[in-house]
Structure formats: C-alpha cells, structure tokens
Ligand binder design. Sequence first.
Ligand code: NAI
Length: 478
Amino acid sequence: MSFDVCVIGSGPGGYVAAIRCAQLGMKTAVIEREWLGGVCLNVGCIPSKAMITAAHFLERAQHDAPTMGFEIPGPVKVDMKKLRDWKQSVCDKMSGGVAQLLKGNKVEIIRGEASFKSAQELTVKSSSGTTSVKAKKYIVATGSRPIEIPGFAVDEKNVLSSTGALDLDHIPKKVVAIGGGYIGLEISSYLAKLGAEVTVLEATQTLLGGVADPECVQVVARKLKKTGVKVHLGAKAKSYKSEGGKLKVTADVSGKTETLDADKILLTVGRKPNSDQMNLKGIGLAIDERGFIKVNAQRQTNLPHIYAIGDICGQPMLAHKASHEGVLVAEVLSGQNRAYDVRTVPAVVFTDPEIASAGWTEEECKQNGHSDLKIGKFPFGANGRAVSMMHTEGFVKIIADAKTHIVLGVHIVGPEASNLISEAALAIEMGARLEDLALTIHPHPTLGETMMEAAEAALGHAIHIIQKPLSSRPSANA
Ligand code: NAI
C-alpha cells in the first residue's frame, strides 16, 4: 500500500490531520491500533465529561432541586452499570462519527500496530496478518500514556488508571487518589459525588501546581472539601499492600509515615509520550530528554519527510493543541506557508467549578517583563444568570498591561468556565485591549457578561460591583 501521507494514530491530532490532508487532495491513510478517536474520545476527555456531567446531575438533584421546589422522595439511586453503558454510548457515538468522517473524506483506515521498518516504510501488524505501508510523508500522532510509579503497578483492579476509573461498574467505598493534577481532581470529584470517600495525596504543596492560577485553585479546593474529598498536600505515596481484600496505602505525609485504607487506588501522576515505541529511535528520529519528538515550527522532525503532532511532540498535552497542529501539518504538506505560532493554548480543568485559562498568570506576566499590571476581577455571585442557575462560586480575572491595556491573561473559575474561555483566547490572539472587551455588547442575561465586567473592573468602573469612584483614584484619568 502506498500513499501521499500516512498518519499514525487517530486521536484528535491524527484524525484531524488525516481529514485535512484528504480535503487538500492527498491520498491519505490513517493507522490505528486501538480505538478511532484515540484516548480523548474513548478513555479520556469524552468519557470523563460524561461521568462528570452525570455526577453533577446527581448532585443537583440531591442539593439544588429541593431548594427550587422539587420533592424527590427518598435518596436518588445510582445504577452504575446503566451509567457505564450510557457513558459508553457517548464514546461509541463520537468514535463512530470519526469513522464516518474519515470514510466520507476517502481516508483509508488501516487497523493494526505500526512500526517503522526503515525511515521510508512501515510494518503494520494486526490479528489478520502483517502488511507493509509506504508513504511520501508520515505524520506521527501516537500520543502519550499514563506514568506509573514504583509500588503502584496499574492492574485496573486494585490500582486504577483513568481508564479503569471511568469504567467502574460499582462505586468503591474508599478511594485513595495519588496525584492532585488535572486527572486526579476531575475523577476524584466525580467519584465523591457518586458516593465514594476520596482522599487525594499530592506530593507538592499545591493542587494543580503550575497548570492553574492559584486563586482559582483555592475555589476548587474549598468545593472539594465541601464535597467530602480529603486532600493531603506534601504527601508522597510510597507503596501499598492488599490484606483480606482491603488495600493499605503507605504515604509519607509531611515527613510522617501514614497508612490509609482504600478499596481502590487511583494513580494519576502524569503522562509520558509514546516515543519509545514504533522504532522511532531506530530510524534516527531526534527525541529530547523528556521523551518528546523534536520538531520545528512546521512540526517537521529531523527526518524531513516525517512530522509529529500532539502529545508526542511536547507540552501542553491537550487535545485541541494536537488538532491545531494536525491542520497545520496538512496545510504545510500542501505547500501552504504555515507555522505553529500561537499566543495561547487555552486550558480547562473540568473540576467543580471548572477552571479555564488563556494567557499568562500574574507571575508569568512579571517573568515576561510586564511588571505594571491592571487586574480586574468579577464574581459570578454578581451575575444574574449565575444566580438563576444557582452556580455563584468563582470569578473571572483579567490581567492586562497597565500601560497598553493589552490583555495578557484570563483566568476563570466558575460555571461554564470551559465555554467562556474561548472569548479570552480570541482576545489574546488578536491583541485585544481591555476596552475591546468592555465595549463589546454582551447579551443579557448570560454568564458571558462576567468577561465584559471583569474588563470594566480592570478599567476601574464595573457596574455590578462596588469600586472606588473614579474621581478619587489618581490613575482614573491615566
Ligand atoms: P498532572 O501532571 O496534571 O498531575 C500529576 C500530579 O501528581 C502532580 O501534581 C504531581 O505533583 C503529583 N504526583 C506525582 N507523583 C506523586 C506521588 N508519588 N504521590 C503523590 N503525588 C504525586 O498529571 P495528570 O493529572 O495525570 O494529567 C496528565 C496530563 O493529561 C495533563 O498534563 C494534561 O495535559 C492532560 N489532561 C488534560 C485534561 C483536560 O484538558 N481537561 C484532563 C486530564 C488530563
């Protein structure tokens, strides 16, 4: 089999690249060893959002519905098997959609495990045999996998990865989650809402360290506590043993050895690129010390006919960054003048409430030479739509350069933060000023008004919070 382009991996990087290559007239194949749509659609972003939505629904039925005047006689029962089936139907729908899109664009789908036989040829092994695939150009989009730590081999029985935690047919009574990052907190929140007693062990002194604005993290930490999730910071998980069907986790908590009981352990201590597979080193592909394939702004590797996109070629390991790179490489291959040149890759943590960010934190602004900042904060508690939804926790924070008013960072913690952040990403990409956000009419009553009001707050005159009169402040006419 021979193609213009062969994409290896069909996750949000690979399938998007394959579709755009086909749209641009290239004879394209995509090779997949597991599921179409990759980790994201099958065991990552999509199933976790399904379970988070379901858990949120239950929480609302239990806590918000009675306040709104609904009487629910007795406790709401959870049928985990049905919930799991529903979650699976969501994934199947999405993965089936990818298959249809690929077929509709005449992309050849090859099932099996690919490996480079030489820099010019792939061998693909599947249950039906071994085939050889040749292409003029290759796009490596084979993603990442969870990291394991000594003492906690993932068996999906005692020690669960995110894959196992999203496929439970019952709610474990006690869960110890190792790692207070993106995945640990998203899954811990969902398990706690469904009734598990969850304890999070985080090795560092902060949850979501380095990935979220510290003030936003505080709001989520408070809600975790309210939901019953216990958090131990400075807690390093060391080992575990199984005694009569019960698990005993040993951890070093702030220098003291502690033992915690668990029915399941969730291991979420990060992910690593799959660059040790496919004989990538054997064909001479340059890989950095963290395991990422080295690429240039066109996502081209040191072997000029091989490109790499998504988790395998660097941080942030996020689906939307992979898709962006997929389109970019396809357009580069068709001769267009494209480069990876983004000001921001927005990020969302689907905790409760959600945290979403685009651009720099205050600390990063200072590190990048912006010491004089204008910062505006607007609380969801002062937004009519948030109040009517009974979701008033959190705020929108906008950080801008004090002199130019150019928006440098937006950090949101609150309802629908994930959907609100796109406006911020556009603002940062376009070099918008605070006035651009403040003077754009935002429809009422919507959560989106918080963005406009945060920009107004940074300028000193938000309407729905009390700020010092402009005339009393020296910077008012600046
Ligand atoms: P992470 O890197 O976000 O967090 C791992 C945490 O584990 C860190 O805080 C680390 O200090 C802690 N840790 C490491 N060893 C430990 C030990 N022995 N004991 C206790 N704590 C320990 O990794 P995570 O959550 O596994 O996510 C991996 C990646 O997947 C993220 O970087 C993100 O790019 C992606 N992702 C994105 C999501 C989204 O966009 N909403 C959702 C989930 C994952």
